[in-house]
Design a protein. Structure first.
Length: 140
């Protein structure tokens, strides 16, 4: 059974580009083995990630994230059973917010700033779908 999980968390320390690159590299190496696909967005010390795959694999990954000392304030934004993956093309794609029209963020948020703690899970899911359609994803 396939599921899609979306969560947000705050980084416990300043995450630099090298840290983010290491996270993406590790995800891209391990996700195919576990059958996980998805997208990662990082901005202003906040992560938003979508994971898709088998229920056991996705749940185990989320548990590791919740227990990871590099994350705090982890919140579950959405969890659903799915018939097919929306992000099957990415072992872990990266959202590039610089490629987005700022009006897209304003469409879903109060201030035009990506803050998953003030946006509903449904709105975040819709935003991620529009990010893909807008070509704001760095593939891999």
């Amino acid at each position: 059974m396939l599921v899609r999980l979306m969560y947000a968390s705050r980084a416990t320390a300043a995450t630099v580009d090298g840290d983010l690159a290491a996270i993406l590299k590790s995800s891209r190496e391990h996700n195919p083995v576990e059958g996980i696909t998805g997208l990662l967005c990082y901005t202003g010390g906040v992560f938003v990630q979508v994971l898709e795959g088998g229920r056991n694999a996705v749940n185990a990954r989320y548990k590791r994230i919740v227990e990871d000392p590099r994350h705090r304030d982890v919140i579950l934004l959405a969890y659903e059973e799915i018939a097919e993956r929306a992000f099957a093309g990415w072992t872990m794609g990266q959202v590039n917010l610089h490629r987005l029209n700022p009006a897209l963020l304003l469409k879903y948020s109060e201030t035009g700033k990506l803050d998953p703690y003030t946006i509903s899970g449904a709105a975040m899911s819709a935003l991620f779908s529009e990010m893909c359609a807008a070509g704001a994803i760095t593939a891999s």
